[in-house]
Design a protein around this ligand. Structure first.
Ligand code: ADP
Ligand code: ZN
Length: 431
């Protein structure tokens, strides 16, 4: 029933394995100039680890550390032993590079295959990867996982919707990997071509790489008549395959034989009480070429309490609520773009795209939400449009506690990205 016996490890077995592997990876990491220095400064070594919680004795690693050690400062092997490079998409500043040995590629592919198998993908499926390839890990990372599992794998890449449909129809594609914002856009495209998305043979969609809400998932499932599973990863931890939903769809199992996850208060770095949201801090346990220990992901989530009905002991994290650096402060109120998305995607009249625009009016920040409405609704008269605008505004006000300006715009008029969606456009003058 499991793709990998590691899925069946008990809590005690996982704890023991984590201690052994943490000690091993520390010894290995100490070969890199970066960790050699960090460990020396902290006066710490593998012998200081006897329980998984001892990981808190280690110093953290930040994005800034990776930038400063760019390109090769974290390597534990000579460059000729590496076979692959990826880079983060640079959503939040200059990119950072990560490196893989042949064994790392193999480990990563197995983790990814395990995820796909867990949510029901089988070798008999035809799989189309509709995310960008190139430096982005969602391309080759998922690709190798699908091949490892044994699926016929179509490297379609991002965009070019017309070709995507043709491939899906010609080859009877049953599973896709697609970024959620593109999944919504692609459905619009299909409908505009007179194709009912649910008429396609897709039965499973793997969605991830960007924050999205439960409402968005339900929309995607409804449109395509498929199951959609959340996929979480980041290039610093290989890429996709770090945490994934099982068929219960209640949180993502984080593979604790390969990673140690902590969730901490970003201010104090103390572990958050169980069930409370904090910053995810991640450690690679099995990476050879470039181990990264206690990496501050800046992603906000929580551990879901209790066991999962599927029986796996690997702990589950909740869907990512956003990044700590996504938070907007408007008129003194903290707002996350996902709060806006949750409201909008729960309203059937609202179309598939939206944009938060920040401007400055004198000294006052202005917060505008531009909302695409569905084609059917756009033909409505002025009065019902105004009423809808009022409803959107009231719902947003109840959630955010401030009243945004709301503009309804024609469906298809807001910018669409082929990669991760850009939800906030900050037009305020730089200080
Ligand atoms: P970048 O940090 O430049 O976007 P990556 O391509 O490595 O680089 O993207 C990793 C990030 O993408 C994660 O840290 C997280 O913020 C986001 N991400 C990935 N998967 C998900 C997901 N399922 N839900 C929400 N956010 C996600
Ligand atoms: Zn489960």
């Amino acid at each position: 029933m499991h793709f990998d016996p590691a899925e069946a490890l008990s809590r005690e077995e996982l704890d023991r394995l984590q201690v052994t592997r943490l000690r091993e990876i520390m010894a290995r990491a100490a070969r890199s100039p970066f960790y050699a220095r960090k460990f020396a400064e902290a006066g710490i070594g593998p012998d200081d680890i006897t329980t998984p919680a001892d990981i808190r004795k280690l110093p953290v690693t930040t994005k800034q550390d990776l930038r400063e050690s760019y390109p090769y400062g974290l390597l534990t092997v000579p460059v000729p032993e590496l076979v692959r490079l990826h880079a983060s998409s640079g959503t939040t500043g200059s990119p950072t590079a990560v490196f893989y040995t042949r064994q790392d590629i193999e480990t990563w592919a197995s983790l990814m295959a395990r995820c796909m198998h867990m949510c029901g993908v089988r070798p008999s499926d035809v799989f189309q990867n509709m995310s960008g390839y190139g430096l982005f890990t969602g391309g080759l990372g998922i690709h190798y996982g699908a091949e490892r599992l044994g699926c016929l794998t179509i490297p379609a890449g991002a965009g070019n919707s017309r070709r995507q449909v043709k491939l899906i129809k010609d080859f009877g594609v049953s599973v896709v990997h697609i970024i959620p914002s593109y999944a919504l856009h692609f459905a619009d495209f299909l409908l505009s071509e007179g194709i009912e998305p649910a008429s396609l043979p897709i039965r499973i969609a793997l969605i991830g790489a960007e924050p999205h809400t439960e409402e968005t998932r339900r929309r995607i499932e409804g449109l395509y008549g498929c199951k959609a599973y959340n996929s979480y990863g980041l290039s610093e931890m290989n890429g996709p395959g770090v945490a994934f939903e099982c068929t219960e769809q209640r949180g993502m199992h984080l593979w604790e034989d390969a990673y140690i996850a902590e969730i901490v208060d970003p201010e104090t770095m103390e572990p958050t009480p169980e069930g409370e949201i904090g910053e995810l801090v991640m450690t690679t346990l099995t990476r050879e070429g470039m181990p990264i220990l206690r990496y501050r992901t800046r992603d906000l989530t929580r551990f879901l309490p209790g066991p999962c009905a599927c029986g796996r002991a690997h702990r589950r994290i909740d869907r990512i609520a956003g990044r700590s650096d996504d938070m907007l402060i408007i008129k003194g109120v903290n707002i996350y773009p996902m709060q806006v998305e949750q409201i909008l995607m729960g309203m059937p009249e609202v179309g598939s795209n939206y944009l938060i625009e920040l401007t400055r009016d004198g000294h006052m920040d202005q917060f505008t939400v531009k909302v695409e409405i569905t084609e059917e609704f756009f033909v409505e008269d002025m009065r019902s449009l105004n009423a809808l605008r009022g409803r959107v505004q009231a719902k947003l006000r109840d959630e955010l506690l401030i009243t945004p300006r709301v503009e309804l715009v024609q469906h298809g008029s807001l910018p669409v990205s082929e990669g991760k969606a850009k939800r906030v456009s900050d037009l305020r003058p730089k200080e």
